[in-house]
Design a protein around this ligand. Structure first.
Ligand SMILES: [Zn+2]
Length: 242
């Protein structure tokens, strides 16, 4: 499949046609044949909101995992608050996306930092956070099977082994996702997609990355304009002096 909204729409249709009920980390028990849709937000909340709107249109709910330690977006900003609440208003769940490389663990263990970030995210958006996913975890961390009371580990055995796990990580499906859905060999599917890669049109990987770099510059200029009244004049003068 291509990384387009059209193909994502088709993926959801395929799941539906093959009898997979759309479930969540919490309410899947007793659902029978089901799928959990997961999205890790590595780069852009705006892209997440776009996919979330599409999912709402398709009548499905999923879980979006927010990276607190990201250098790409600020979960504490007012625009993030609006975006995250739009995700919730669209009927989706929010969990914590945790980057294990953000800390050294000399003083406290990984559980401490996951609990801390879940608490912070919960305070930021005024919603209880009950699940977490790991950002690019190493094999050891996955195998450690982190168990934290009150927080569902999406990499826990329950969802990693009990479910067939399929992911578009690094913009690459390692397994033929459509074929697996059609064969119906697995009763339970756990599908991770990254909204960042999906667009109206099919884009090359390099085009997506380049556009993201350009948009960062435009966004920064826009935000500066909100803060510095005569920004355009300043930039013009700077241009003349160069
Ligand atoms: Zn990630």
């Amino acid at each position: 499949m291509n990384f387009t909204y059209r193909d994502y729409r088709a993926l959801i249709g395929l799941l539906r046609d093959n009898g997979y009920a759309f479930s969540s980390y919490v309410n899947y028990p007793g659902t029978g044949k089901c799928v959990i849709l997961r999205h890790d937000i590595d780069y852009s909340l705006e892209q997440a909101v776009k996919l979330a709107r599409l999912e709402k249109e398709l009548g499905v709910r999923s879980t979006y995992f927010v990276l607190l330690s990201s250098d790409f977006y600020n979960p504490a900003s007012s625009s993030s608050y609006r975006n995250l609440h739009e995700l919730l208003d669209l009927g989706h769940n929010i969990g914590l996306h945790f980057d294990e490389t953000a800390y050294d663990y000399d003083r406290f263990g990984i559980d401490y930092y996951i609990r801390k970030e879940a608490r912070i995210l919960s305070d930021l958006i005024d919603v209880n956070i009950s699940s977490f996913s790991l950002h690019r975890p190493n094999r050891f961390t996955i195998e450690t099977q982190i168990r934290i009371p009150g927080l569902i580990n999406s990499y826990g055995e329950e969802f990693f082994i009990g479910f067939k796990y399929l992911s578009d990580s690094r913009r690459h499906w390692r397994e033929p996702v459509e074929e697996i859905i059609q064969k119906g060999e697995y009763e339970k599917l756990h599908i991770l997609t990254h909204a960042f890669w999906y667009h109206e049109e099919d884009r090359e990987l390099s085009a997506t990355v380049r556009e993201f770099i350009r948009s960062a510059s435009r966004e920064r200029e826009g935000t500066l304009k909100d803060n510095i009244t005569d920004l355009e004049k300043i930039l013009l003068e700077a241009g003349e002096n160069e």
